[in-house]
Ligand binder design. Structure first.
Ligand code: CTP
Ligand code: MG
Length: 478
């Protein structure tokens, strides 16, 4: 007899129990002590600043196992940005040895104390979004807006939605993910009331979704659609000029829609807790690649001097430029993908129908009824060194066969990338790394690296499996 699956409600309640942190009191008392100690340290260093816990810890929406404390250091808006640097210096002194300064646009410090991950973020203290001076100044306004509106029930629903997004690989507004930020999840819950309602709204998605929870556009949806161009628009309740969902990439939104449909049809805990990918062994991966009879081209290079957001932006841009280049040369690309450990190793992957093209390439001339063009075509190609065969008439037009410039995709890529590849659209920091060194291998030649790096091995295994982890046969329930 088939085991009866759990109901939607049972699964949701079970997940809520698991994602609600059991150590809330500890996190809060640790954070409050830190606020006090850092505040004193700043004061004694002569800096006029207010320290506050912000983000999901302040809103009580963080999920168990993902505790990250956002510690904001708010300085008066009359100060200059130089004060940020001073604030960071004091924090570094306060932390001692263990910290990393990591930022793309806004300066902040990452550290870990007593097992808690903490971001220290300086910002200007503002009352209204119009006064915003740096990109993170709105955050305290977000926290204030949500704190008074998210009750216990809704906070549980936020955690559930965040965990769902995390499980299906869609949580985070960073460039690498291009998905849903925590703040966006919170606003979706506020707007629709519950996790299930959010899913039910999204499954019918057709053109664009527009949400203006605070009514800042007074119901004028057309105006919102004109103001923003993204497929999902969630007007920031504290700033009508900002779309909180601006970072959500189209493919992620599409995947969310189909994942929501699948979950409602066959509720399953795997959506929240995907199975850990078990990488194929060397034989397995070799067999899987051979079976496809395609050509995998792996472009490997080392450290790129850029923080993760910049790195991923440049990896995606470079990958898309190189795909265009490869296609222009008439190689057929089946799929492309990108992998990085954000430290030492980067790999661009292109899977092609074949590595080599024919030596000759067919070029079509004008139809015979165009007399003048025919004359020109003949002048250009008849008895010329580049013409391998022809000209002759085929189905009413002149044709010739000429030598192809590149018959080997690997050679073509080596030639274009050896100087960094700027001219074929490789992004700046990537180009610097390529100019120093890179290495192109095909098919099983990757196995040595594959066997030495478990993260890459999992990535390539997932690539070969080629489907979202949550996608199971529709009648399978757990
Ligand atoms: N924020 C934002 N838009 C983003 C990223 C962050 O508005 N794309 C703001 C939000 O106000 C958010 C705060 O920055 O609350 C802190 O960011 P983050 O730590 O990424 O989000 P949390 O809400 O704290 O969620 P998480 O539980 O993932 O930390
Ligand atoms: Mg946070």
């Amino acid at each position: 007899m088939q085991k009866k699956g759990k109901t939607l409600e049972e699964i949701c309640n079970e997940v809520i129990r698991k994602v609600t942190p059991s150590d809330k009191e500890n996190v809060l008392s640790f954070s409050n002590d830190l606020v006090k100690n850092l505040g004193e340290k700043l004061k004694s260093s002569g800096i006029n600043a207010e320290v506050q816990v912000q983000g999901s810890v302040a809103k009580d929406t963080w999920i168990s196992g993902e505790t990250e404390i956002d510690m904001f250091i708010m300085i008066p808006k009359t100060c200059t940005r130089e004060v940020f640097t001073k604030v960071l210096e004091v924090i570094k002194g306060f932390l001692g040895e263990k910290w990393v300064e990591a930022y793309a646009e806004h300066p902040y410090i990452k550290a870990e104390i007593k097992g808690y991950k903490i971001d220290f973020v300086p910002c200007f203290k503002i009352q209204r979004a119009e006064e915003v001076m740096s990109s993170v100044d709105r955050t305290p306004l977000h926290t204030a807006f949500l704190k008074s509106r998210l009750d216990r029930k809704r906070r549980a629903e936020v955690r559930l939605l965040k965990k769902f997004m995390l499980g299906i690989g869609m949580y985070g507004a960073e460039i690498k993910v291009g998905g849903f930020s925590g703040y966006l999840c919170e606003l979706l819950i506020l707007s629709y009331g519950s996790f299930i309602r959010v899913l039910k709204e999204i499954i019918d998605w057709k053109e664009r979704i527009v949400i203006d929870y605070a009514g800042l556009y007074k119901g004028e949806k057309e105006k919102i659609k004109k103001t923003f161009e993204e497929p999902l628009v969630v007007v920031d309740p504290v700033d009508r000029r900002r779309n909180v969902a601006a970072a959500v990439r189209r493919d992620k939104l599409d995947e969310f829609v189909v994942a929501a449909r699948a979950f409602l049809k066959g509720p399953n805990k795997n959506f929240f807790y995907p199975n850990n990918t078990k990488a194929y062994d060397a034989n397995g991966v070799s067999h899987a690649m051979k079976y496809r009879q395609s050509t995998f081209v792996f472009i490997r290079f080392g450290k790129v001097k850029a923080v993760p957001d910049v790195l991923w932006g440049q990896l995606y841009k470079t990958s898309s430029s190189l795909r265009k280049l490869i296609e222009q040369e008439e190689f057929k690309v089946l799929r492309d993908s990108v992998w990085s450990d954000e430290k030492r190793f980067n790999v661009l992957v292109f899977e092609l129908e074949q590595r080599f093209l024919t030596n000759i390439k067919k070029r079509f001339g004008p139809p015979i009824k165009k007399m003048a063009e025919c004359e020109k075509f003949l002048q250009k190609h008849l008895d010329k060194p580049h013409t391998v065969s022809g000209p002759r008439i085929e189905r009413g037009r002149w044709v010739i066969e000429t030598d192809r410039r590149h018959i080997d995709v690997v050679e073509m890529l080596r030639e274009k990338l050896v100087n960094g590849g700027r001219s074929v659209g490789v992004a700046t920091f990537i180009s610097e790394s390529l100019a120093e060194n890179f290495n192109i291998v095909t098919n099983e030649e990757i196995i040595e690296f594959y066997s030495s790096n478990i993260h890459f091995a999992k990535f390539l295994t997932e690539y070969l499996e080629g489907k979202p982890k949550w996608l199971n046969s529709p009648d399978r329930t757990v």
